[in-house]
Design a protein around this ligand. Sequence first.
Ligand SMILES: Nc1ncnc2c1ncn2[C@@H]1O[C@H](COP(=O)(O)OP(=O)(O)OP(=O)(O)O)[C@@H](O)[C@H]1O
Length: 292
Amino acid sequence: MTDIIEFETVTKSFGALTVLDRFDFRVRQGEKVTLIGPSGSGKSTVLRILMTLEPFEGGNIRIAGQSYHMPDGKGPFRATQAHLFNIRKHVGMLFQQFNLFPHMTVLRNITEAPVSVLGLSKAEARERAMDLLAMVGLSDKATFYPNQLSGGQQQRVAIARALAMRPKVLLFDEPTSALDPELVGEVLNVIRKLAEEHDLTMIMVTHEMRFAREISDRVCFFDKGRIVEEGPPDQLLVRPSHPRTAAFLAAVLGESSRPPLPDDADRQVSRNGPQPHPDTPAQVLGRAGAAA
Ligand SMILES: Nc1ncnc2c1ncn2[C@@H]1O[C@H](COP(=O)(O)OP(=O)(O)OP(=O)(O)O)[C@@H](O)[C@H]1O
């Protein structure tokens, strides 16, 4: 299988802070990859660069064989809008906060870009949108406005909107983290269906470890802008070989798999650093798998 995404020695800084330092990363066509790791380790930055929302200073990225550099070798900082647009058309992205247009109906949210960017007729765009709304289980909400929908429904519309552009790569930046717990399942079900039924390449940043184990071909553990360890989910999430991966998983799985404690409000630490926990990742994920 060919690599649809290639990062070669990519460097990205915010002022004095180097977030990615000669970062290499490849994703195969159709692969489902999950990025996990502590807060601030650079996971979202990777997605935002891929979506051309952030420039980078060094190295190169290719997506679907197309370089982020201009054909004359000029770096991505100096790429024209037309060049960036050509790259961006391969990629769709789901954000934590859905980012639907509040003044447009659900249908218009989905048809707007296919009509204005891809040049589809209104009828073609509508047909595509209605098929996608059926896929995400929201055929009856086409005329609603975003504020008339639950968070889970809004995120499902956002998925339909991204798919309407027929991207080759779909990026998910913690797509369920802004949702009430009871709404998480419906969004994960749609993503699960996408992963099972489509050859779409998917890269996801998530703290939903059980879900990551279920849908990913590969999980990458990030720390300080580097992939410290990567592998199939059953290996990395269950039998991590790097101590930092093991400590991170113990903290995250420990937090999500036990009932809340009275002092939880003061602890807010699980994503920021490892915390000791009596369970191993294998025990916790094993229990989760048994319960599912
Ligand atoms: N626009 C920005 N300006 C300055 N610093 C930024 C900006 N965006 C991100 N950073 C910094 O870059 C680092 C990496 O951020 P990033 O959002 O990629 O981390 P992350 O691993 O996705 O974290 P989280 O899990 O909390 O979303 C952090 O230290 C963050 O504060």
